[in-house]
Design a protein around this ligand. Structure first.
Ligand SMILES: [Zn+2]
Length: 344
């Protein structure tokens, strides 16, 4: 006798004719990967957790801050005060909501060296990222491995989503051959965002995931869906056929996966912060590093990361040797601080 029938936890969802007892069983056996656990990722994780998806892999590179709490529902004030990595804070919250599911938190910057491992054994991937570079990487990996994924984005009161089924529907690159130029489009850090649009986009994404996981492709919305909850605009744009000349799904060139070393440093969008990653992933002993750095400035340490303040800069250093350096948008300054205090 399984715990579901004992507790009746999913009884309302099993009554829903689109899912039923058989659909619930399918959900309980599936693994879903969420890439990025900010606002969208939080909402997606909560919906999937309560729906009883069997395994949830949550990947995020960042830590919780107070400015996240307005819209990132996985996190609490104590997570922000303790600067917990978002993947860990989300895992803690998910376990309290639903102890029946397996949660696999991954504190990682998704890149060409780890994406194929991160999507292994997944039934579907849901986009919770905030940038096109990572979405093209997801698109390449998912087309290469024939994994369905659900694009989603939200800024201000506007949101957009599309479900991508490799070899069946257009891929992200078919629809958007190029990313918008850097700094040309509004971001959540320049235009803000309200939580209702986050929930709206996540609700559509997760509903599409539930359809896919229960084998009901015929009810997918099959469009580029756009909405603005403040201006009351709703649009379905038919995505048409796959682009016969698409480098990704037609020619199967996966440029982002084949890249050599990723950029050593990347500017984080609009946050007055730069992420620096070592060219070779490594492992840092944070306790030893904190002893070394305490002579040079204020150091705080938890089980997952170290925070070091020097002058107007604040460096957060993770066990995998990545650092997020706040107080600059200048990659050269960030690299120099990394070299001085972490070394490479
Ligand atoms: Zn394509």
């Amino acid at each position: 006798m399984n715990s579901q029938s004992r507790t009746g936890r999913y009884s309302r969802q099993e009554l829903f004719e689109g899912i039923g007892v058989a659909g619930q069983q399918q959900l309980s056996q599936a693994r879903v990967v969420i890439i990025g656990c900010g606002a969208l990722g939080s909402a997606q994780a909560e919906l999937l957790t309560r729906a009883g998806v069997g395994k949830l892999r949550v990947v995020d590179r960042d830590f919780v801050e107070f400015s996240n709490l307005q819209r990132q529902t996985m996190f609490t004030e104590s997570d922000a005060a303790n600067r917990l990595p978002k993947a860990i804070a989300a895992a803690n919250h998910i376990r309290e909501v639903n102890s029946e599911i397996v949660i696999e938190p991954e504190i990682a910057d998704v890149n060409h060296s780890n994406i194929e491992r991160l999507i292994e054994d997944a039934a579907v991937l849901i986009d919770g990222t905030d940038n096109f570079a990572t979405r093209y990487l997801i698109n390449d990996a998912c087309v290469k491995h024939d994994l369905n994924w659900i694009y989603g984005a939200a800024v201000g009161s506007y949101g957009v989503t599309m479900t991508i089924r490799p070899n069946v529907t257009p891929c992200l690159r078919c629809i958007f051959p190029e990313a918008p130029p850097a700094a040309s489009a509004p971001t959540c850090d320049t235009a803000g965002v309200i939580m209702p649009i986050i929930n709206m986009v996540a609700a559509i994404q997760v509903t599409e995931a539930l359809k896919l996981l229960t084998g009901q492709e015929e009810v997918l919305h099959q469009s580029l869906m756009q909405f603005d909850v403040w201006r009351n605009e709703w649009r379905h744009i038919s995505t048409g056929p796959m682009d016969a000349d698409c480098p990704t799904c037609a020619r199967r060139e996966f440029a982002t996966l084949d890249a050599g070393n990723p950029d050593f440093a990347a500017v984080l969008c609009g946050r007055d912060a730069v992420q620096v990653s070592p060219s070779q992933p490594g492992r840092i002993n944070l306790t030893t590093l904190s002893e070394r750095l305490s002579a040079a400035g204020e150091v705080k340490l938890n089980d997952y990361l170290l925070r070091f303040r020097t002058g107007e800069f604040e460096m957060t250093i993770f066990q995998d040797a990545r650092s997020i350096i706040r107080g600059t948008n200048d990659v050269a300054i960030a690299r120099s601080l990394y070299a001085r205090f972490v070394g490479n």
